[in-house]
Design a protein around this ligand. Structure first.
Ligand code: 13P
Length: 301
């Protein structure tokens, strides 16, 4: 099925009372895990890759283009409605290259920039992207990161509803990521999110809202968050944890002599990365059910 607009997917989700997951992949196996979950759950999905955790030198030496080609070719095999996001690009150049590489949605990470600096740059991206049918996400406010010792709030900032309205108006973005107590990279416990603030931002802004830090967003609050305008949850850490744990367990079971050709890259059952993929598929399926997107894709065939 051809890729569809992320904006359309999000507005369909909000109209239908469910949320979408953006499940961040990092290679072919993790991307296939998300695709397999979407097929099993008959769920619309946002595929993609992120610029925050990847080595920028690799991204800048053909990495963005490689990811775009990978995403497009996998998405073409899917029967479910799909968009392809380049998330949290770290430079404007990465955004341009993502747009040239077939991504249907882009986001520049301006979360630590002052608004006055971010607005003209994001507005310029919107002007470049919209004529090409590419959606643009931006974040206003800045999420804290989880660290070993707890949550590092230094440099983080909550989203103010009136600032969000002005930012959306001035930039023309298609969706807005918000900081309402959600936390990046947190696995120890649920994030202390403030749904009242989310509701006030929703009332002030006409576009779908996005929650980053999906790993620690409390599952029991998903439905309320969707009612308050959240069209997309961005998920990363829990997927890598599921993948890693399964690969680690497989490695621990290994004994010489080994057939390295079967173990690495074979896509047979003994392939270590296949174990990671299967575990990640199950985690994505769980989240699709939690967001309510299961069964909201193409159910016939
Ligand atoms: P988590 O890793 O906390 O799930 O956050 C992912 C994310 O926000 C990607 O944009």
């Amino acid at each position: 099925m051809p890729l569809v607009s992320m904006t359309q997917l999000m507005s369909d989700a909000l109209a239908g009372g469910y949320g979408l997951g953006y499940f961040e992949a990092w290679d072919a196996y993790s991307l296939e895990a998300v695709c397999d979950a979407a097929e099993r759950e008959k769920s619309p999905v946002i595929l993609g890759f992120g610029g925050m955790m990847a080595n920028p030198e690799w991204l800048d030496r053909g990495g963005v283009e490689t990811l775009g080609a990978l995403g497009r070719s996998r998405a073409a095999c899917l029967t479910q409605p799909t968009a392809l996001l380049f998330n949290e690009a770290q430079t404007r150049e990465q955004v341009d290259r993502a747009m040239d590489s077939g991504f249907t949605a882009v986001m520049l990470d301006t979360s630590t920039w002052p608004s006055a600096q971010a607005i003209p740059v994001v507005a310029e991206i919107v002007r470049a992207a919209h004529p090409r049918g590419i959606a643009v996400e931006a974040e206003l406010g800045c999420l804290p990161n989880a660290t070993e010792g707890g949550i590092d709030v230094e440099g983080s900032a909550l989203t103010q509803p009136e600032d969000a309205a002005a930012f959306v108006q001035a930039t023309g973005v298609d969706c807005l990521a918000v900081s309402i107590g959600n936390v990046h990279l947190l696995t120890a416990h649920a994030a202390p999110v403030d749904l009242d603030r989310l509701g006030r931002i929703h009332e002030a802004t006409p576009v779908p809202l996005v929650i980053h830090g999906g790993t620690s967003f409390p599952t029991k609050l998903v439905a309320e968050a969707v009612k308050r305008g959240t069209g997309k949850f961005n998920v990363g850490t829990t997927l890598k944890r599921a993948f890693w744990t399964a690969v680690r367990d497989e490695v621990r079971r290994l004994e010489e002599p080994l057939d390295v050709h079967r173990l690495m890259g074979s896509h047979f059952a003994e392939d270590l990365l296949e174990a990671g993929k299967q575990a990640m598929t199950l985690r994505v399926q769980e989240l699709m059910r939690a967001y309510g997107s299961s069964g909201r894709g193409r159910v016939s065939e």
